[in-house]
Structure formats: structure tokens, C-alpha cells
Design a protein around this ligand. Structure first.
Ligand code: SF4
Ligand code: SF4
Length: 448
């Protein structure tokens, strides 16, 4: 084990490389990884607990790129001074576990076996499962000595150590497509090209969920593009129950909630954050809909620690109401008003937590997507779009600023957008060789 000076130097080195190579959390949040690499912690936790229904891209990634993921974990451990690595993985992903265990361990990394429940990948859940520690209310894993990285982020850390920037994204294409599969796609690839890689939609009239049915977004725009946080696409019939639920305007959601919520509190009783001991109570947030102040909602504070997992809206509520969306709005409005949440009781795990976990099989049934559950096997064939649109903001923080001009010739891996010094964000890179066709306030378009 290197001494403190060497460790401090390594920490700075890795953090600089991750910043240069544009590595951000690939699991959804897009938090710049160089910030995590610069922290001091006891545990680095690899998050392989993929739990969005129908998305299996992390399972495929772990199966096919185990050495790279473990190497990235070891690099983060060295950088942060962590002596122990924990690797959260579901027991059901036996082939991925076997592939990981077959590698010579690059550091002390212990596997944490998880059941097939939703949500297992939430940082608060995973830190508790891996270490028994509870992140303070409104706190971060680093406050209890942990750094958590998604397995694809760790793959990207391994690449960055070798000077290779993030130019592609590992995605799963699932649902009503002819050949569900997982593959690497250049950042900025239009969704219609991803669908073509999966043999196209198997139905004529469809909608697309981006990055998940529970926490992702619904779109009908096939010209939208892959970013560093896109987990994949799920195609469902346009008249599917979930599409109808998600496509409803927010004002309608609130209006129905105001008249139909009977305060049964199932939404709270199933809430994973509530069961961990945090004061998240969506049924009380729903009460806010009944009280208005000059026409605007007068939100209470019980949404503040909600992780937007969607379980209350899409699983728990017997009336098909929208407590998660009420929580989203409540959090947004209270933050805009500068109101701060203070947990009033000590965080204490609910005695029923283990008995109220939601198995993925039950969740798929409730979402009416059982018929679409299928493997999405990895295909090594390259996805080669004719053009890409690399978004300037694909991460938490400020957008990158273009450092190329329209008409310039660029090569794959070349930096095309940078952050200012000391600004939170991530650099962006050309994801294909070509010419810069267009630069807007939103993206840089590159074509052949
Ligand atoms: S589960 Fe539905 S009906 Fe029951 S309190 Fe929550 S929002 Fe209201
Ligand atoms: S979305 Fe609902 S169930 Fe999930 S954390 Fe928020 S309040 Fe709890």
C-alpha cells in the first residue's frame, strides 16, 4: 500500500484525468466523478444493483467487462484512500458474478449479495446494505465514509486512467422491439438509430421510455439523442397503461389527487426512504393538494428526502394517483422558496422494512409489462450513426462551453466542450470522426 504522500498525489492525478476525460455518473444522476475521486473515504461501493424493470444493461456490462469494472473500482479506492471495496450485485445475476469472481482481484473487494427488489440501487439503500450505515438526512454517502459509483462509471474510470475519454454509452434496448439487446452507442446517437440496431419496433404505434419505466422519462421524439446517463430505451404500445399514466398533464395529476386521495397512506407505508427511517410521507404531501394559497399549492416538507423512485405512484397507490409527482413539485417549489428541511426524529430503520420490499416480479405485474421481460444480450457490433448531437449539458452542474468552431474537422475523442476552472461539470468529446456541422446553445452536431 503506498504511503500518504503518494496516495494524495494519486488522488489528484485520477481526479484530473476524470475531469479531462469527462467521466460522470453513468447510472442516472450524472454527478462529475472527479469530485468523488478527490474525497477521502473508508469504502468505495460499486453499484451493480440495477433494478429498473426490463433494463439489463449493467448485468451485461458486468458479464462482458468484469476486469475493467474491477480495475476502475481499485483506481477509485486508491484515489480515495478506501481500504475496502464493496460490490453490490443481485444474486439473480449469477453469470455476471461468476465473471467478476473469475478475475484476479486488483484490491480488497467484497461482494454484497442483493435480492431482486426495487429499488436496490438507490445510494441510501445500497450504503445501508453494504455497510449498515445510514446517510444523514439530506446528506451524501461521503458523510458516512462512502463513495458510490455505478459499474459503468467504474468502467469509464478504468478507461480514463488510460487517457480514453467518454465517447460512448452502454445501452439496453427492450420492450416491443424485434431483437432486444445491449450494445455501445456513440454519445449523441439519435434514438431512431438505437431502435434500428434492435431490429426496429415490433409494433406500428409506440412510445419510448428513456432510461427506465420508474425513474426515466417518456418521449415520442426519435430524434432525441443518447447522453452519458442514458441507460437505454423501452418501447411500449402507445395505448399501454403506463404511457397513458405518464402522458397526463401535471395539473390533471394534481387535480385528480385533490379529489380522490382517501389518505389510506399505502404510498408512505411502501416508500423505501420512509422504511429506512427518513421522514418522507407522500400521503401527507398529497394532503397539500387540498390546501391552496391564492391558487398555488402550499406544500409541506414531507417530500424533501424523496428519491423519486416512483414506487408510490406506480405500485403502492390503489387509486392510481400521483404522489411521486406531488413530491417532485413540492421539492421543486420549496427549494425555489429557499425553504430547508430538518428531520425531526432520529433516523431509525422501520421494523417492517424487510417485509415490505417490492420484488421485481410483482412490480412488472403491477406495471403490466410482464410480457416484455427478456434478456438483452450484448452485441459487439458497432453502432455507426451518420451524425451525432453531443449535448453540452449531460451532467450535474453547468453546461460545457464549445471549444471548436462550425466547419472544423474533429476526431473521435477530441475535446469539443470544456468546463471553466473550478466550475462543477464535465468536458465533452467528439464521439465520431467528422466535421462540426452546427453548434447551438444545446448541442454540437458532428456529421461525416
Ligand atoms: S396511496 Fe394513494 S390514495 Fe392512499 S394516501 Fe397515497 S396517494 Fe392517497
Ligand atoms: S417516489 Fe414515492 S416511494 Fe419513492 S421515495 Fe419518493 S415518496 Fe417514497
Amino acid at each position: 500500500m503506498p504511503g500518504p504522500e503518494v496516495r494524495s498525489r494519486n488522488r489528484g492525478l485520477l481526479s484530473d484525468r476524470l475531469l479531462e476525460c469527462g467521466v460522470v455518473g453513468a447510472g442516472g444522476a450524472g454527478f462529475p466523478t472527479h469530485v468523488k475521486a478527490a474525497s477521502r473515504v473508508e469504502f468505495v461501493i460499486a453499484n451493480g444493483a440495477e433494478c429498473e424493470p426490463l433494463i439489463h444493461k449493467d448485468a451485461e456490462l458486468m458479464k462482458h467487462f468484469p476486469a475493467e469494472i474491477l480495475s476502475g473500482t481499485a483506481a477509485m479506492m486508491e484515489s480515495t484512500g478506501a481500504l475496502i471495496g464493496k460490490f453490490g450485485i443481485k444474486t439473480k445475476n449469477a453469470a455476471a458474478l461468476e465473471a467478476l469472481e473469475a478475475q484476479p482481484p486488483p484490491a480488497k473487494i467484497e461482494f454484497v449479495m442483493l435480492g431482486d427488489f426495487y429499488p436496490s440501487g438507490d445510494e441510501f439503500e445500497l450504503v445501508y446494505a453494504a455497510t449498515g450505515r445510514l446517510i444523514p438526512p439530506a446528506g451524501l454517502p461521503v458523510h458516512v465514509g462512502c463513495v458510490v459509483n455505478n459499474v459503468e462509471t467504474l468502467y469509464n474510470v478504468h478507461q480514463a486512467v488510460r487517457g480514453i475519454p467518454v465517447t460512448s454509452k452502454f445501452v439496453s434496448i427492450a420492450g416491443a422491439v424485434r431483437e432486444p439487446k445491449s450494445f455501445w452507442a456513440p454519445i449523441g446517437t439519435p434514438f431512431r438509430e438505437l431502435l434500428a440496431m434492435a431490429g426496429g419496433a415490433a409494433i406500428a404505434d409506440f412510445a419510448v421510455f428513456v432510461s427506465g419505466l420508474m425513474m426515466g422519462s417518456l418521449t415520442f421524439d426519435l430524434d432525441d439523442v443518447v447522453t452519458k446517463t442514458t441507460a437505454g430505451l423501452i418501447v411500449l404500445p402507445r395505448d399501454h397503461y403506463l404511457v397513458a399514466r405518464r402522458d397526463r398533464p401535471l395539473a390533471h395529476m394534481h387535480h385528480i389527487g385533490k379529489s380522490a386521495c382517501d389518505q389510506c397512506s399505502y404510498c408512505t407505508e411502501f416508500c423505501p426512504r420512509y422504511l429506512l427511517g427518513y421522514e418522507v410521507m407522500p400521503h401527507k404531501v398529497m394532503r397539500s393538494l387540498g390546501f391552496t394559497l391564492t391558487g398555488a399549492q402550499n406544500w409541506n416538507q414531507w417530500a424533501e428526502l424523496c428519491c423519486a423512485c416512483g414506487l408510490c405512484t406506480l405500485y403502492a397507490c390503489p387509486e392510481d394517483l400521483y404522489p411521486k409527482e406531488a413530491c417532485d413539485q413540492g421539492k421543486h417549489d420549496r427549494r425555489a422558496a429557499g425553504l430547508k428541511f430538518v428531520q425531526q426524529k432520529p433516523v431509525q430503520v422501520h421494523p417492517m422494512k424487510e417485509y415490505r420490499r417490492v420484488p421485481l416480479s410483482m412490480l412488472r405485474k403491477r406495471l403490466k409489462v410482464e410480457e416484455y421481460e427478456a434478456e438483452t444480450p450484448f452485441e459487439a457490433r458497432d453502432c455507426r450513426p451518420a451524425a451525432v448531437r453531443v449535448k453540452l449539458r449531460q451532467h450535474a452542474g453547468a453546461p460545457a462551453r464549445p471549444v471548436v468552431d462550425e466547419g472544423a474537422t474533429v476526431q473521435k475523442g477530441q475535446t469539443i466542450g470544456r468546463m471553466e476552472a473550478n466550475e462543477l461539470g464535465a468536458n465533452i468529446h467528439a464521439s465520431m470522426d467528422g466535421r462540426v456541422r452546427r453548434i447551438t446553445g444545446e448541442y454540437i452536431e458532428i456529421g461525416t
